[in-house]
Each structure stands twice: as structure tokens, then as C-alpha cells.
Design a protein around this ligand. Structure first.
Ligand code: PLP
Length: 495
């Protein structure tokens, strides 16, 4: 780095050499990071105040030497990053990103295509359509299906629910909800385990948070279809308008998959929109062994599937797929601004992705998904998905053998939940047991050895463990068990 000179904003003569110079620097930083990952602590122990101090600088008036800027990234940012790519990160549905996707994303940054209008991203928009076709095929949708890449699952769920709302409340798009002839309140149904983006979405769409009916789940956390049916019938009897049934395929807290075929039957019976949130669990579609769990997903009107979860592409990239084609999305979102209204002939408008969703300027996220799918292939993904589920089954089997742990629910994806209940803890109150889970999670976090989350299941706290790194091996999973036992034992003796 020492030979790096301060370069102002490059010109046409220096742009290429600047990329070359910084590319070498960044490659080294990323490779060093990757090399250390297997032994590095998973998380920093720095407090927000300590980090604020590191970055407490005035607005830079003069540009500084780029070498110093990258030194600071190395010195101050990387050591205090959450090591999500670590094989011992057992946290949220956040993957280790595939190198092929990271570097394809670098090209997306350098080309800076604007995937709103086809004219501003001709090749990348066609690649996006190709990626969407592949995803549609993967979940069993027919030829007509289409979709749009999104920032993530939250935006995808919002788009799905917007299509559902528009179908139930004719005229709402143009004249507002009050103009609609739909009777009573517009109601959306999902399991009590649904992702919080559903709560936000019903608010944004003008339905109101109270009109998301959260249906209770059974002992294994699947939506109770009998209660769903009863809730719909009750709402109809009270003069309300059911809009949409949403099923989870890989619920956030448990990883379980709702009975999608049964939900499709209910949606069909009551003529409701059927949306499946397969943001995470859509990855099961790669696996010959596990894809049966998604049976019924192909009957959904819309499906959320996130490449930035179980397909290991770097953030941000989700997708919303619609069974009946782009027309469904165009009905909801199409618009023709003055500066994008020229007829250019051909099928270019079909590739104007601003017509299919909420976003204007759109990153060429398709490139990283396309590159990853081509490099790994369906079989490569299947191999990783199967391996990760086996690892979690092994983990669950280890917990099953240990008296201090109690499994909660079952393993349907690469996620398991468990409670730490050492001798004497089972007699304690729910609040005390909950506190124990939190305390153990915090001890593990502070140790730096691994990271996992806690969640609330049927009113009680549990540890939530997800394998979402293709780097994770059995030794990492066994290490996690030892770490939990070690930290748990210290907790039991009040250390
Ligand atoms: C099941 C499910 N749906 C939707 C989302 C939202 O996805 P994102 O965070 O990409 O917006 C998540 C996030 O974890 C999720 O687990």
C-alpha cells in the first residue's frame, strides 16, 4: 500500500489504471479476510461508542491518499465486522457469499447499469429476465410466469401483497381504497410465524396492521389450516373481504414449511390470492431429496424467493415471481413517464423493469445470480442444501442426547431450535427459562466462537441455529455443541 499515491477523481486516461491498482489492493484485503475466516472470532466485542470514536472525524474537505482510506477499512472496519461469512456464523438467513457472485457483483458496480429501463441496461435486463425464467422453472411455474428481482424478501412480499390487494379491491390503485366496492375490511391471512414484512406491508398497502390475521400454529409450528378456514368464514360472515392467504416455506424463526397444497386448496375454495414466502426455503427446490416439502408452491399466484439467502449471493437480492406473467405486475405498477415514453419498437418495453415493481433506479443484481447459477448449477446447489440439512440433523441428534438441551419443533430445512434447560431449570418459571436462553446466547456471542440467535416460539424463548454457510463442516457444528455446553456450564455455576 505504501507506493499508492493520492489520486484525485480519475479521468479517461487514469480510470483503467486506478481500477487495476485498487483491484489489486481489494483482492488482497478480501483474500486475507477469507484466509483468516476459519479461525477468526465471529463477532467483535466493540460497543457502539467505541466504534463511534474510531470514525469520529469531520467532513473531509480535501481528498486524502486512497492508501490511507483502504488502510482504515482494513484496520477499523474489517476487525469489527460481523463475520457473517464465517463457518461458525449460525445466525439469521445470511449466507457466506459465493466468490463468483461477489466478483460478478463487482462488475455490476463498475458497469453501473440502471435496470429500470431496458435502454439503460440492455444486456443486464435480458439477463434478469433469464434469471427470473430459471427461478420460475425451479419452483415449477409454467411458461407464462414472470417476476422481478427486488432488494430482498420484504420488498418481494410487499409486491406480492399489492397484487393481491389490487385484485380484491378493484380501482384501489387509481382511486384509493375507499373507492373500492369490497365490503368491510380487506384481510390478509398468514401464520403467527410469518415474517414481520407482512405486518409492514399491510400497513403500507392501507389495509392496517390489525387486518393481518395471524393464525395459530400446531406443535411443530405449521399454520393450523382448520383455524385459517374458520377465520376466513368468520370474516366473511362479519362482512369483511378476505384478500390473500400467505404460506411460509422456511419460516424465519423455525425454518418450517407450511402445508402449501392445503393452503392452495383453501385459497382456491374462497377465491383468494395465494402467496408463498419462500424467501429462504425456496432453496429446497434445488434438492431432489427435499423439494417435496414445497409441493403446492407451483399453485401460488406469487412467490418470494431470495437469492441472497439460500443461493449464497451477496446482499441485496430477492425476487418476486408471479404465476400468471408480467401482466399481473404491470397491472399493479406500470407507468410511462415523459422521459421514458418514446416508442422504440421491438420488445424493449417488456424489459423495462420499472414497470414491474416499486423501484426506479435498479442495480444489475441479475448478474451475480446469473453467474452463481451458471457456475454452481442446480446439482451443485442441491449438494450444498442436502449437506446443510444433514449437518443440522446431526446437530439436533447431538442435542437429543444431552440432558441439558430440549429440541423445539423439527428440522425441515437447515435450521433447528433448542432450549438450554440444565438441572433445576425445568422447574423454574418461563421468564427465568427465557432469561437463561438470552444469557447463553450472549455468552456465546461474547466468546467470539460462534454466533446464533434466540427467538420466541409459542411464547417461550429458544436458541435458533441456522447453517447458511457452505463452509460449515461437521467439526464446526460439533464445536458449537461443545461451546454451548461449556458456556452453559459456567452459567449454571453463576460465573
Ligand atoms: C421468511 C422470510 N421472509 C422474508 C424475509 C425478509 O427478507 P429481507 O430481509 O431480504 O427483506 C425474511 C428475512 O429473513 C424471511 O426470513
Amino acid at each position: 500500500m505504501s507506493d499508492a499515491k493520492h489520486t484525485p477523481v480519475p479521468d479517461t486516461k487514469t480510470l483503467a489504471s486506478e481500477h487495476e491498482r485498487l483491484g489489486r489492493v481489494v483482492t488482497e484485503i478480501v483474500a486475507d479476510y477469507a484466509r483468516a475466516l476459519d479461525s477468526a472470532p465471529v463477532c467483535s466485542t466493540a460497543t457502539p461508542a467505541e466504534l463511534e470514536k474510531l470514525f469520529d472525524e469531520p467532513l473531509p474537505l480535501e481528498g486524502e491518499d486512497i492508501a490511507a482510506v483502504f488502510d482504515s477499512l482494513k484496520r477499523d472496519v474489517i476487525p469489527h465486522a460481523m463475520n457473517i461469512p464465517s463457518p461458525r456464523y449460525f445466525g439469521l438467513f445470511n449466507p457466506t457469499p459465493l466468490p463468483v457472485a461477489v466478483w460478478a457483483d463487482t462488475i455490476a458496480s463498475a458497469l453501473n447499469q440502471n435496470g429500470a429501463a431496458w435502454r439503460n441496461s440492455p444486456s443486464a435486463s435480458v439477463v434478469e429476465a433469464r434469471v427470473l425464467r430459471w427461478l420460475c422453472e425451479l419452483i415449477g411455474y409454467g411458461e407464462e410466469s414472470f417476476g422481478t428481482l427486488t432488494s430482498g424478501g420484504s420488498e418481494a412480499n410487499l409486491i406480492g401483497l399489492k397484487c393481491a390487494r389490487d385484485r380484491a379491491a378493484e380501482g384501489a390503485r387509481d382511486r384509493g381504497l375507499r373507492s373500492s366496492k369490497a365490503s368491510g375490511e380487506l384481510v390478509v391471512y398468514a401464520s403467527e410465524q410469518c415474517h414481520y414484512s407482512f405486518v409492514k406491508s399491510v400497513d403500507i398497502l392501507g389495509l392496517g396492521r390489525e387486518h393481518l390475521r395471524k393464525i395459530d400454529t400446531d406443535s411443530r409450528f405449521h399454520i393450523r389450516v382448520d383455524l385459517l378456514r374458520a377465520a376466513i368464514e368468520r370474516d366473511i360472515a362479519e362482512g369483511h373481504t378476505p384478500v390473500c392467504v400467505a404460506g411460509a416455506a422456511g419460516a424465519t424463526s423455525t425454518g418450517i414449511v407450511d402445508p402449501l397444497d392445503e393452503l392452495a386448496d383453501v385459497a382456491e375454495e374462497f377465491k383468494l390470492w395465494f402467496h408463498v414466502d419462500a424467501a429462504y426455503g425456496g432453496g429446497l427446490a434445488f434438492s431432489e431429496k427435499h423439494k417435496w416439502r414445497l409441493r403446492g408452491i407451483e399453485r401460488a399466484d406469487s412467490v418470494t424467493i431470495d437469492p441472497h439467502k439460500w443461493m449464497f449471493v451477496p446482499f441485496m437480492c430477492g425476487a418476486l415471481l408471479v404465476r400468471d406473467g408480467g401482466r399481473v405486475l404491470r397491472d399493479g405498477f406500470d407507468i410511462t413517464p415523459e422521459y421514458l415514453s418514446e416508442e422504440r419498437g421491438g420488445a424493449d418495453v417488456e424489459y423495462d423493469f420499472f414497470r414491474y415493481g416499486q423501484l426506479g433506479t435498479r442495480r444489475a443484481s441479475a448478474l451475480k445470480v446469473w453467474a452463481a447459477l451458471k457456475a454452481v448449477g442446480v446439482r451443485g446447489y442441491a449438494e450444498v442444501v442436502d449437506r446443510q440439512i444433514e449437518l443440522v440433523k446431526h446437530l439436533a441428534a447431538r442435542f437429543d442426547e444431552l440432558e441439558e438441551f430440549e429440541l423445539v419443533g423439527e428440522v425441515e430445512t437447515a435450521l433447528c431450535c433448542v432450549r438450554f434447560l440444565p438441572k433445576g431449570a425445568r422447574e423454574k418459571s418461563v421468564a427465568e427459562q427465557d432469561e437463561l436462553q438470552r444469557a447463553l446466547q450472549q455468552r456465546v456471542e461474547r466468546s467470539g466462537g460462534a454466533w446464533l440467535a434466540t427467538t420466541q416460539l409459542h411464547g417461550r424463548r429458544a436458541l435458533r441455529i441456522n447453517v447458511n454457510s457452505f463452509l460449515t463442516e461437521r467439526r464446526h457444528v460439533d464445536y458449537l455443541v461443545e461451546l454451548l455446553m461449556r458456556e452453559g456450564a459456567k452459567l449454571s455455576v453463576g460465573e
